[in-house]
Design a protein around this ligand. Structure first.
Ligand code: SF4
Length: 241
């Protein structure tokens, strides 16, 4: 797959949606190319949702071998209205079955983490580095990650989050320029080269926390850091989960 999503295909989907979804208005085409973070949004007209078109595209995607074994594409969900986006690794069995991100045991824990921050799950956006389940829950290969990256990048462009929490090594590797281990990166404020305005913090994946509950304390610290960025009331007491 080329680095950019083929916009002519995207245009076909937009055309399809404009014809078949009564509330969907055909958006303006992109107006120019520059540095990704500086680029004008692909879709600006009021009432249009670029994520709909991108989801349609992902659901038909066969750009990497994960398409052969998936049941459902797990695109992402949430309003993102708080400006906070979570990025995890990839779908597991429960996500592959339901088509929703973070719905298994690790998802329950992520939901509790979001609530502990004083937020609702539906007010953040949750996505993964790859949209289709790696068989046996293995780590996505660099080639699979690269094939799927344009979807994640377009999600970020469309949502324009102000804060991002990267859950685990794979998400950090996908978005950050250095390849430090998550144990060294976690808790440090980072920047994504193409999106320098987003304040980013890597931390441990909830699945890791299920196996290593003693790490919950440091993850809570990381969440508190983000709460400070978001001007949310920060509880300085210890937290078990
Ligand atoms: S993982 Fe991503 S690139 Fe691979 S088939 Fe699924 S949507 Fe396409």
């Amino acid at each position: 797959m080329s680095e950019d999503l083929p916009l002519n295909d995207l245009a076909v989907y937009l055309e399809y949606l404009s014809r078949h979804v009564p509330t969907f208005a055909l958006p303006k085409p992109p107006s120019g190319r520059g540095k990704s973070g500086d680029r004008e949004p692909l879709y600006e007209e009021e009432g249009t949702d670029p994520l709909i078109a991108l989801r349609v595209k992902a659901e038909a995607c066969q750009a990497c071998p994960l398409s052969e074994t998936r049941n459902k594409v797990v695109f992402g969900e949430g309003s993102g209205r708080t400006g906070l986006m979570f990025v995890g690794e990839g779908p597991g069995a429960d996500e592959d079955r339901t088509g929703r991100p973070f719905v298994g045991r690790a998802g329950d824990l992520l939901t509790r983490m979001i609530v502990a921050m004083g937020l609702k799950r539906e007010d953040v956006y949750i996505a993964n580095t790859v949209k289709c389940r790696p068989p046996g829950n293995r780590v996505p290969t660099p080639a699979e990650r690269a094939a799927c990256f344009p979807y994640l990048r377009e999600q970020i462009r469309a949502l324009k989050p102000r804060f991002m929490i990267l859950l685990g090594q794979t998400a950090a590797q996908a978005l950050l320029p250095d390849s430090e281990s998550i144990s060294r990166l976690r808790g440090t404020e980072c920047r994504i080269v193409d999106f320098p305005d987003i304040r980013v913090i890597p931390t441990y994946h909830p699945a890791y926390l299920l196996r290593n509950p003693e790490a919950k304390k440091v993850v809570w610290k990381d969440l508190q850091t983000v709460m400070g960025w978001m001007n949310l009331p920060v509880d300085h007491g210890d937290r078990k989960e």
